[in-house]
Design a protein around this ligand. Structure first.
Ligand SMILES: [Zn+2]
Length: 220
C-alpha cells in the first residue's frame, strides 16, 4: 500500500513494512526468553516491558487503525489491541492463548482499542479490515479536510459503518492527530529557522487544543 493511498500516513511519517514478519520474529524472541509463556499478549501489554516498545516500533509507534502517533499523544493513550476481540474466543486457557497470539495483536490508541472491544469481526471483514497488510486503507480514506471517511465502495456496508462509528474514526480528534503528525513531520525536515519556529508554535497550539479533548473519545 503506497503512502498516499493509506489514510493513516502523513507525508513524513514512516510507512508500515513487513509487519507480519516482524511480529513473527518478536513472538519467537519472547518464546525463546520465556519458554513457558502461553499468552504472548501478557508479555507485550506491560507498558514498561521491552517487548511493548518493540511491538509499538513494528507499527512505527502509530495506531494501526487511525494512524495517531505515540509521542505526540501521552504514553498512556496507547494499548495492545486484540484484532479479533476476546469475546470471539472460548473463555478457556486455550481460547485466551489463541486470542493472545502475536498474529491477533495490533498496536492501537485507546480510543480505537476500547471502541472496538464490542465489535466481533467475521469473514470477509477480517481480510478487508486487515491493518497489517494495509487492506483497511481500501475501506477508509482521508478527505480534503483531513477527516477519515468511508470509501464510496463501502458506503452502504452496515458492518463497515458500525466499525467506523465504534472506533470514532469520524471524530475531530482523528483530524487533529493527523494534522499534528503532519506538522511535526514538516517541523523535523524544515531548514528555514523562521518557518521552523512558526511550525513549532502551531504544533504547540494544536496539541494544547487536542489534549483538552478526552483521550478516550473526542468532540465532534
Ligand atoms: Zn487509533
Amino acid at each position: 500500500m503506497a503512502r498516499d493511498n493509506d489514510y493513516r500516513n502523513t507525508t513524513y511519517c514512516p510507512v508500515l513494512d513487513k509487519v507480519e514478519e516482524q511480529k513473527n520474529a518478536l513472538e519467537k524472541e519472547i518464546k525463546l526468553a520465556f519458554p513457558r509463556t502461553k499468552i504472548i499478549y501478557n508479555k507485550v501489554k506491560e507498558r514498561n516491558s521491552e517487548y511493548h516498545k518493540k511491538f509499538a516500533k513494528i507499527y512505527n509507534n502509530k495506531c494501526a487503525y487511525c494512524g495517531a502517533m505515540w509521542g505526540l499523544l501521552p504514553v498512556e493513550s496507547f494499548e495492545v489491541d486484540h484484532f479479533f476481540n476476546e469475546a470471539s474466543f472460548p473463555d478457556t486457557t486455550a481460547g485466551r492463548t489463541e486470542a493472545g497470539r502475536m498474529i491477533n495483536l495490533a498496536w492501537a490508541c485507546i480510543s480505537c482499542n476500547r471502541g472496538k472491544r464490542g465489535i466481533t469481526i467475521k469473514p470477509p471483514y477480517d481480510d478487508l479490515l486487515n491493518v497489517d497488510n494495509g487492506n483497511i486503507a481500501t475501506v477508509f480514506k482521508r478527505d480534503e479536510d483531513y477527516y477519515i471517511q468511508i470509501c464510496d465502495t463501502y458506503q452502504d456496508d452496515e458492518f463497515v459503518q458500525q466499525f467506523y462509528d465504534a472506533l470514532h474514526l469520524g471524530y475531530e480528534t482523528r483530524r487533529l492527530d493527523y494534522l499534528g503528525l503532519q506538522i511535526e513531520g514538516k517541523y523535523q525536515v524544515e531548514k528555514d529557522e523562521e518557518c521552523k519556529r512558526k511550525l513549532g508554535e502551531t504544533l504547540r497550539i494544536l496539541l494544547k487544543k487536542r489534549n483538552r479533548m478526552a483521550v478516550t473519545g473526542g468532540i465532534q
